[in-house]
Design a protein around this ligand. Structure first.
Ligand SMILES: Cc1cc2nc3c(=O)[nH]c(=O)nc-3n(C[C@H](O)[C@H](O)[C@H](O)COP(=O)(O)OP(=O)(O)OC[C@H]3O[C@@H](n4cnc5c(N)ncnc54)[C@H](O)[C@@H]3O)c2cc1C
Length: 298
């Protein structure tokens, strides 16, 4: 952990909530669904589509999970009514995975079923390694009945090269990211260059198998590999998309859009913005470093 990250984590509890709110407002659309809707419309005017995420995770309260699932139904209805070019992203631990697998599966299935009726799509986010098996199983089991569902894979995990094998056969819809959780060396690449190389390897395999891939990254090296692979495989812009987080690397986002690539932006909203922001920063100090560097224009 570099010094700037350490300092940021150390002083975080002393930072007043409004100041955290000011920083977070760049990365989170706001507390309400209407805030997300405004952001999606703004992104749309800049040529990007969106995926809407209701903030929350690692809850073991079944009532919260049920309420979150209900809100996702409202989000899907709003997307339909407002004619937004957006889908939704859900975190299994927000929708009851810590209460029980079957409970979570029932709730996520209800969201996917509703999205199916509306012609929309649900992405199941990937969380830390304690959730990987269950999340892939959720995807497999829900996908047996509904095709409007996709999952996320993390390039930092050694296991991912094996996980993609059956997913390639079924031409699964995958978001590929580096992975945001701090995982042990026993299961994950720790060196940046290894994560980038593994990302390029996985991306090439998935695209060669004609999986639709959401290339979720702001990393220039990964984007270079993606451009090269897209060129080598002669892919058309409707065979993949780039994805970025709200408020991160807006300039690079614009460059990719202007090159003719489809771009989807992850738009989080929700009342839990403070808990989410501080937890994410504590979990992964490098995120704190990025934010402070950006804020100070370093
Ligand atoms: C659309 C989308 C969905 C994602 N879904 C998941 C998921 O389901 N599971 C999961 O584990 N991870 C997810 N991630 C996070 C991902 O795994 C990485 O942690 C994150 O994208 C940073 O990796 P990078 O490829 O951008 O490369 P990095 O080398 O980490 O970042 C490249 C540059 O982007 C900027 N940057 C990157 N992240 C941030 C940030 N958070 N705040 C400010 N600046 C930043 C910095 O300037 C940095 O130098 C998602 C990312 C995206 C874009």
């Amino acid at each position: 952990m570099d010094l700037l990250n350490k300092i940021t984590i150390g002083v975080m509890p002393a930072i007043p909530k409004p100041v955290v709110g000011k920083v977070a407002s760049r990365y989170i659309s706001g507390p309400k669904l209407t805030d997300a809707v405004k952001k999606v419309k703004l992104l749309s005017s800049k040529g990007a589509v969106a995926t809407i995420d209701l903030l929350g995770e690692f809850s073991d309260n079944p009532d919260h999970a049920t309420a979150a699932a209900k809100t996702y139904i409202e989000i899907l209805d709003t997307i339909q009514n407002e004619k937004l070019n957006a889908n939704v992203s859900v975190k299994p631990t927000h929708i009851g995975l810590k209460t029980g697998y079957d409970f979570c599966k029932e709730l996520i299935t209800s969201i996917v079923e509703h999205a199916h009726k509306l012609g929309n799509f649900v992405r199941i986010d990937m969380e830390d390694h304690t959730c990987t098996d269950d999340t892939l199983r959720l995807y497999w089991e829900i996908h047996e009945k509904y095709r409007n569902v996709g999952v996320v894979l993390q390039a930092y995990l050694y296991r991912t090269i094996k996980d993609i094998q059956p997913l390639m056969e079924m031409k699964a819809n995958i978001r590929l990211c580096k992975g945001i959780y701090v995982e042990p060396r026993q299961i994950a690449y720790k060196h940046r260059i290894n994560v980038i190389n593994n990302y390029a390897l996985l991306l090439r395999e998935l695209l060669k198998a004609r999986c639709y891939v959401g290339i979720a990254t702001h990393c220039e090296e990964v984007i270079w590999h993606a451009r090269r692979i897209i060129y080598e495989l002669d892919l058309k812009p409707d065979e993949y998309e780039f994805q970025m987080l709200l408020g991160v690397e807006d300039e690079l986002r614009e460059i990719l859009i202007n090159e003719g690539h489809k771009m989807r932006v992850y738009v989080p909203f929700g009342e839990e913005w403070y808990a989410y922001s501080t937890r994410r920063l504590k979990e992964n100090p490098s995120v704190a470093g990025y934010i402070v560097r950006d804020f100070l224009n370093l």
